[in-house]
Ligand binder design. Structure first.
Ligand code: ATP
Ligand code: MG
Length: 248
């Protein structure tokens, strides 16, 4: 069986950019892993994710997702993966239910299936009592949880989440992490980005640190901490490899 993700020598320069967003990035995610893609601001995490899900085309290199090519087989990939974008991708003036019905239809799901899948997820992520409220009235944590539900309506094999816990409170974060642990335990692959090293340490069985569009180091959080001099936590490892200078 092919790996969940195989990225080889990806290069990407945006129009108007002065440095490459990706500069020969290679990485592998095995099936059933929880992989953390970590890096400072501007490292190229979102660009990598957008290439995986076919939203951005690389200038060079290849990206295969569950054995399908991210440039030539976008539609097949979209059916197999769920993507939780960094920005909330829901209509603020519609209720959660209205959003899920709309998104479910885009995936070709019938009303009964949408009702069932969204119903289960709303309950699991603590939003069942709020499903008729407009998204605009949701708190940051509720929006993040609804964003996750939207990506899972079509029951994908794997999920890619770009900072799914950015700006949420402790309670929402705990619920999201708990949910991801359960989802992984059901045999799914998870690729996830975060700036919170403690969180990555908690849920990832492997992390890849990237910086300036390049691969830096990978390994289990425990192995990285053990094998990097003077490091007690993943955050120390991260700073060891990426330095203390603030990114533009
Ligand atoms: N649409 C765009 N046009 C021009 N430059 C872009 C565009 N999107 C990203 N970039 C640049 O590409 C580089 C990588 O950006 P990217 O968003 O992939 O990083 P990131 O690791 O996700 O950062 P963050 O942690 O801030 O979300 C940055 O220098 C960014 O400014
Ligand atoms: Mg990003």
């Amino acid at each position: 069986m092919p790996n969940a993700i195989e990225i080889r020598e990806l290069r990407k320069m945006y129009k108007g950019g002065w440095t490459p967003a990706l500069d020969g990035l290679s990485l592998t995610v095995r099936r059933n892993q929880v992989m953390g893609l970590l890096g400072p601001n501007g490292a190229g995490k979102t660009t990598t994710i957008n290439i995986m899900c076919g939203l951005v085309e690389p200038d060079d290199g290849t990206a295969a997702v569950l054995g399908k090519d991210a440039v030539t087989d976008k539609l097949a990939i979209r059916k197999m993966i769920g993507v939780v974008p960094q920005q909330i991708a829901l209509f603020g003036n519609l209720s959660a239910w209205e959003n899920f019905r709309y998104i479910g239809k885009l995936y070709g799901l019938g009303n009964a299936t949408i009702q069932q899948h969204a119903g289960n997820l709303l309950e699991r992520l603590g939003l069942d009592k709020h499903a008729d409220k407009r998204i605009a009235r949701y708190s940051g944590g509720m929006k993040r949880r609804a964003n996750i539900i939207a990506s899972l309506l079509h029951e994908p094999e794997m999920i890619i989440l770009d900072e799914p816990t950015a700006g949420v409170d402790v309670q929402s974060r705990a619920m999201i992490l708990d949910f991801l642990k359960d989802y992984h335990a059901q045999g799914h692959t998870i690729v996830y980005t975060s700036h919170l090293m403690e969180e990555a340490e908690q849920i990832c069985d492997e992390v890849v640190i990237i910086d300036e569009g390049k691969f830096v180091v990978n390994g289990s959080p425990q192995a990285l901490v053990q094998n990097t001099p003077d490091c007690k936590r993943l955050e120390d490892v991260f700073l060891h490899y990426t330095g203390h200078s603030v990114r533009d």
